[in-house]
Design a binder for this molecule. Structure first.
Ligand SMILES: Cc1ncc(COP(=O)(O)O)c(C=O)c1O
Length: 384
């Protein structure tokens, strides 16, 4: 294998993220680092508000720019994308549009983020049955989905990358099984967007939800929901709001007619400041390059895996690069203490369950990984 130059990508982009002057920030699975572009976008928002008062036409235009930018990232058409305030409202709008009478079953993986599990379990009140596909360690084999999905299944809800162990599911394989049995597929791509190229026509999923605050370098307050064009008009969300209406400016309180596009999954006033920031983050990420970022991060992973092995630590994230995202999870006997001790050395990570989450991105260097490894070596007794 060719030796990768692991300094090239951070050399191009790290200076745009001032946090690296003070800290080893390696926690993009929680939140991307703040860039000069996103800071500037917030300043632009305040300037526009201050100078123009209420430039709503421009602000609505910002929502369209965000929609188009996200659509481009996942290979969708803008009309297939709803602009939401986080991932949850889009998924909830979808749940509200599904009818459980003929097909009451919802199949979800045991790798789902809480919001996904909770949204589907809330549908039990409306007659749905939620079936979990159990994990086998840090993986869920396709056979387990095969056993769970049947002709009573309305939807299969899966995550692209698990937030608690970094594992990737076989999205194409699961989608094929679901479609063969007449079920729809929702992909939670939050831990994937910005870490490797995603293409919805290729994946053939019916719906996709995500947000911008992690590897897309935006901030809280902006999410997206994709619905495949052919499905849009078959779904009538009852969780809604005026920005989902076909004519926002009609101001009609006697009728609700949902938009003919995926905008029908939206609700109220768009998150204007977060739109400015989200557009800046997504555009910066595209400029840096998602494909390059993927190769770079896999190079950093190699070093991290080798270093943790040498320390006798246990990585729970799959060893096969095809089976993981950007997040690598390392088992610890006292992970809260480990995160605290790393923070004491200006190294920012996070934890879930009993694992330390280390999530390198485009801006991280070999030196960042070595700093994590040196800190782990000092705290070896906390590696289970
Ligand atoms: C896999 C995954 N899904 C969803 C979310 C968040 O959902 P929401 O944007 O609705 O808060 C996160 C992270 O916060 C996540 O890691």
């Amino acid at each position: 294998m060719a030796v990768r130059d692991l300094s090239a990508l951070p050399a191009r982009c790290r200076h745009r993220f001032p946090i690296f002057e003070r800290q080893v920030y390696i926690n993009s699975c929680s939140q991307g680092a703040l860039s000069d572009a996103v800071r500037g976008a917030y300043q632009d928002y305040l300037r526009d508000w201050d100078e123009q008062g209420a430039p709503w036409e421009y602000w609505v235009d910002r929502a369209e720019a965000a929609r188009a930018s996200f659509a481009d990232l996942i290979g969708a058409e803008p009309d297939e994308v709803a602009v939401t305030t986080s991932e949850s409202p889009g998924v909830s709008a979808l749940a509200s549009a599904l009818d459980w009478r003929e097909r009451p079953k919802i199949v979800i993986s045991d790798f789902e983020f809480p919001t996904i599990g909770q949204i589907w379990h809330a549908q039990e009140r409306r007659g749905a049955e939620v079936v979990h596909v159990p994990a086998q360690g840090a993986e869920i084999p396709l056979e387990a989905f095969d056993a769970a999905i049947d002709e009573r299944t309305a939807i299969v809800s899966i995550t692209a990358v698990c937030f608690r162990n970094g594992s990737r599911l076989d999205v194409e394989g699961i989608t094929r099984l679901a479609h063969e049995r007449g079920a729809l597929v929702l992909l939670d791509a939050y831990q994937a967007v910005g870490t490797y190229p995603l293409d919805v026509p290729e994946l053939e999923v019916d719906f996709l939800g995500a947000g911008v605050l992690k590897y897309l370098l935006g901030s809280a307050g902006l999410g997206f929901f994709y619905c495949r064009a052919e499905l849009v008009e078959r779904l009538w969300p009852t969780q809604t709001g005026w920005f989902a209406d076909q004519d926002i400016f009609q101001m009609d309180i006697h009728d609700y007619s949902p938009s003919a596009t995926a905008r029908r999954f939206e609700s109220g006033t768009p998150p204007i400041p977060s739109l400015y920031a989200g557009i800046a983050g997504m555009e910066l990420m595209k400029e840096i390059g998602i494909e390059e970022t993927r190769l770079h991060v896999l190079g950093l992973h190699e070093r991290l895996y080798a270093g943790v092995d040498e320390l006798g630590g246990k990585i729970v994230t799959p060893r096969d690069p095809e089976k993981r995202g950007a997040l690598v999870c390392i088992r610890s006997s006292d992970v809260l203490e480990l995160v605290r001790r790393l923070a004491g050395e200006q190294i920012v990570t996070s934890s879930r369950d009993d694992v330390l989450r280390v999530s390198p991105h485009c801006y991280n260097t070999v030196e960042d990984v070595d700093a994590v490894l040196a800190a782990l070596a000092k705290n070896r007794e906390l590696l289970a």
